[in-house]
Design a binder for this molecule. Structure first.
Ligand SMILES: NC(=O)c1ccc[n+]([C@@H]2O[C@H](COP(=O)([O-])OP(=O)(O)OC[C@H]3O[C@@H](n4cnc5c(N)ncnc54)[C@H](O)[C@@H]3O)[C@@H](O)[C@H]2O)c1
Length: 383
């Protein structure tokens, strides 16, 4: 059985997502499990080459994780003879430059979302990778969450009948950074640094809605900056110039109405940090990151509105757990494996840069809708 070692230039691995999800939970996990099988049974073994700004951080990261190569020069990393893939989890606003250099060097590219700060840059990148003929992909990790996989299974199995609506609640309280450290990087709260919850979360909502329920056809978004002043990593006070909450209404194919709240200024009274309720003519479901519960029309109670009486039904007990029925691996790792196989097998990775551009498009339209105070159509995207 043959083995193919693939050098992966990983940029932004000192960051939250780059380190935990992509380096540790995906690439090193695959490497340490001795690789994965390609279609022709070749064993694919990823070999990370770390790139970043801070020598000391990179050196210590490489030593801790038994990674032989690291550098502060992207060009040097791209020139490594075995480097076949460029991965970017840097700040969003830095991505375009890194991707362009990688495409120029003929590498396959895989990126965190959003692929660029605005739609025109995202489309330019999508055209660039198409014209260069390099494999390309964007992270769409939420599709691999166990809760959403079960939801998709219910949709595919026709459980809901006609789907009427989707309600989503995403969010938690992100500390301001003064009396307790903030648990997200401060750039997220500065528009000039590419921050904002609309830019961040609408990139996710686009593929979640498109892939599970139906293409997004329109958006109305009310944004807000609920917490106007925050404190950064070094305790400095700064103005939060980006939105920290978004209240979105989306029309989907088939007349489905999706209403998704995203907020970093909300306290959690839910079972999970994100939850979706889907109501259909035949049944309903509640899905979170891991769990999914259903209620069929045959087991639906008949509450009668009467504020004079205490609650008459144990509503939360009237739902049934959807079983796992399969093993769920880390979503980022699942998609890395799919991307690596697509590069080696020469097949198309389903979540390409055009799909990434659609996420950027929805975020851009969301911001515009908020600015103009009106609902906007989401036009078909072509290259
Ligand atoms: N898929 C997801 O669920 C998900 C979740 C969060 C973030 N993200 C995306 O991942 C990317 C990184 O987000 P993060 O939360 O890991 O951010 P982070 O601030 O923790 O990491 C940013 C990375 O960029 C590097 N960087 C390069 N130049 C920098 C500069 N001038 N200032 C600050 N950092 C610089 C940092 O060293 C670090 O490695 C973003 O594009 C974000 O949209 C995706």
């Amino acid at each position: 059985m043959s083995e193919r070692r693939i050098g992966i230039v990983m940029n932004g691995v000192t960051g939250r997502m780059g380190l935990r999800q992509h380096l540790q939970r995906s690439i090193l996990a695959i490497r340490d499990a001795s690789g994965i099988q390609a279609a022709d049974s070749t064993t694919i073994v990823p070999e990370p080459i770390l790139v970043g700004r801070d020598e000391r951080k990179l050196q210590s990261l490489a030593a801790t994780h038994d990674v032989a190569r690291w550098t502060t020069s992207l060009d040097e990393a791209l020139a490594e003879p075995d480097a076949e893939i460029y991965f970017d989890a840097q700040l969003t606003r830095l991505r375009e430059k890194g991707v362009r250099a990688a495409v120029e060097a003929g590498k396959a590219v895989y990126c965190e979302k959003p692929i660029a700060e605005d739609l025109s840059a995202a489309l330019d990148l999508a055209r660039l990778v198409r014209d260069a003929g390099v494999p390309n992909g964007v992270v769409q990790d939420k599709l691999s969450l166990p809760g959403l996989r079960k939801l998709k299974r219910l949709v595919d199995g026709g459980f809901f009948g006609r789907i009427l609506s989707v309600r989503g609640e995403f969010g938690y309280w992100v500390f301001e950074g003064d009396w307790q450290a903030a648990q997200r990087p401060s750039w997220n709260y500065r528009r000039e640094d590419g921050g904002g919850i609309i830019t961040d979360m609408f990139a996710h909502w686009r593929y979640v809605l498109d892939e599970i329920f139906g293409e997004v056809r329109s958006v109305y978004c009310q944004g807000a900056t609920h917490v106007p002043v925050r404190y950064d990593e070094s305790g400095r006070r700064y103005d939060a110039t980006a939105d920290d909450a978004a209240y979105g209404i989306f029309e989907l194919d088939g007349g489905i109405v999706a209403q998704l709240n995203s907020s970093w200024a909300v306290r959690v009274y839910r079972d999970e940090l994100v939850e979706f309720q889907v109501d259909g003519t035949e049944g309903s479901a509640i899905a979170g990151l891991r769990d999914c519960k259903v209620q069929h029309r045959a087991t639906t109670p008949k509450p009668v509105w009467n504020p004079d009486l205490p609650v008459t039904e144990p509503f939360r007990d009237q739902w049934q757990q959807v079983p796992d029925n399969e093993d769920f691996d880390n979503g980022f790792k699942v998609q890395w494996e799919e991307f690596l196989r697509s590069v080696v097998d020469g097949t198309t990775f389903p979540y390409d840069f055009l799909a990434g551009a659609k996420g950027v498009q929805l975020a851009e339209l969301g911001l515009k809708s908020w600015q103009e105070g009106r609902k906007l159509e989401v036009p078909e995207l072509t290259l």
